[in-house]
Design a protein around this ligand. Structure first.
Ligand code: CP3
Length: 350
């Protein structure tokens, strides 16, 4: 390319760099998944969920499925946050209709980086393969997002050993054995930094850190277990890969979302649907890109609710960098037509 010709940045990257666009870029958390018949077909072929996750060819296929159907501005690596505990040596399986079940917490003295990367090789291969496939199918403007669970949310699953609403065992351990818990968080901070760095090297253009259970903590512990580790991960990544934006998603953070954004220095903040959009717009730095925050149940309900809520979000965030998304992952009962309707509502704005 001649030196004067610069490529137009992709839509999502432009927003993350602070530009305000007439039609915001859009992608949906859990956009590849059981609400899509083509996902259910590939999933049945793979057999087990983890066989799908660790198969780069099939993971590429399911990542591309929602892009082909809806033309989202970003593809998100098809994987799961729990591959990190798995690669650290904790047993993991997914039970039909019950969710993840983990084995005993392994003794974790030091982080063995080469063993860890060895186990996650198929995920990194998947990242490269997804980027190649997007380009091959002409989705050259589609940004590839890599992700990880945040240390706190990963620790929740590792200590409680299954899904929960409160993660009582984890919270009690953090209080009763603070040193042991701190060692776990430190190790996860190192592992997540290495994991995200490897995804960048494999071709991820943007990263998202899911802190799905940030909302169960009171303020002081939120600072200690959510903000501090995330701040370290973001700083380490920015030093090594300054051009790669990191989106932080501290689900349920409430008013602490503001402190999270300032202190972690994430490039953009994912806001869930319990946060009032007016509050978010007025309280958070006008230059900070916000991502969100349609209630997944509104998408599932469709119709007038969907129209009204979508317009409200678009209108409120009109004068700031905004990435349209849900406030949490899409539910498996969502009619695919409702997603098509949402895309029309967003893109007909222009
Ligand atoms: O967004 C995407 O399309 C990429 C894929 C993705 C999955 N999980 C696939 C998945 C991503 C980004 C995740 C993240 C994830 N996984 C989170 C953080 C986001 C959030 O939802 O808060 C969490 C907490 C998990 C852990 C997890 N994985 C649980 C609790 C479950 C069971 C619940 C369920 O929906 O069954 C999973 C399984 C899972 N991860 C599925 C998918 C598509 C369903 C598995 C199936 O096909 O049977």
């Amino acid at each position: 390319m001649p030196p004067m010709m610069t490529q137009r940045p992709k839509k999502l990257i432009a927003t993350l760099s602070g530009s305000i666009q007439k039609t915001p870029p859009v992608w949906l958390m859990r956009q590849a998944g059981r609400y899509l018949p083509e996902y259910r077909k590939t999933r049945a072929e793979a057999g087990d969920f983890l066989d799908l996750v660790y198969n780069p060819t099939l993971a590429t296929e399911v990542t591309l499925q929602p892009i082909r159907r809806y033309g989202f501005d970003a593809a998100i690596l098809f994987s799961d946050i729990l591959v990190v505990p798995h690669a650290l040596g904790q047993d993991l399986h997914f039970e039909e209709n019950a969710g993840p079940v983990l084995g005993e917490l392994p003794s974790l003295q030091t982080f063995k980086e080469s063993v860890f990367h060895g186990k996650l090789g198929p995920v990194y291969e998947g990242v490269s393969s997804i980027r190649r496939q997007l380009d091959q199918e002409g989705f050259t403007d589609t940004t590839l997002i890599g992700f990880s669970g945040a240390p706190w949310t990963l620790a929740c699953y590792m200590v409680d050993k299954k899904g929960s609403k409160e993660f009582i065992s984890t919270r009690v351990m953090a209080l009763q054995k603070p040193q042991e818990f701190m060692a776990l968080i430190d190790l996860l901070t190192e592992a997540v930094t290495a994991y995200l760095g490897a995804q960048i090297q494999a071709g991820a253009e943007v990263l998202q850190i899911f802190d799905s259970w940030a909302g169960v903590l009171p303020p002081d512990q939120f600072r200690q277990w959510v903000i501090e580790p995330t701040q370290k991960i973001v700083a380490a990544l920015k030093e090594k890969y300054p051009s790669i934006p990191v989106i932080g998603f501290p689900k349920g953070a409430g008013v602490l979302a503001a402190e999270y954004a300032t202190k972690t220095r994430v490039s953009a903040l994912g806001v869930d649907h319990t946060l009032p959009v007016e509050w978010a717009d007025q309280t958070l730095d006008a230059k900070l890109p916000l991502q969100g925050n349609l209630d997944p149940c509104v998408l599932q309900a469709g119709g007038e609710h969907l129209e009204r809520e979508t317009h409200k979000i678009l209108e409120t965030f009109r004068n700031r960098p905004h990435i349209f998304n849900l406030g949490h992952g899409i539910d498996k009962g969502t009619p695919p037509d409702h997603v098509a309707q949402l895309m029309r509502l967003i893109r007909e704005q222009a």
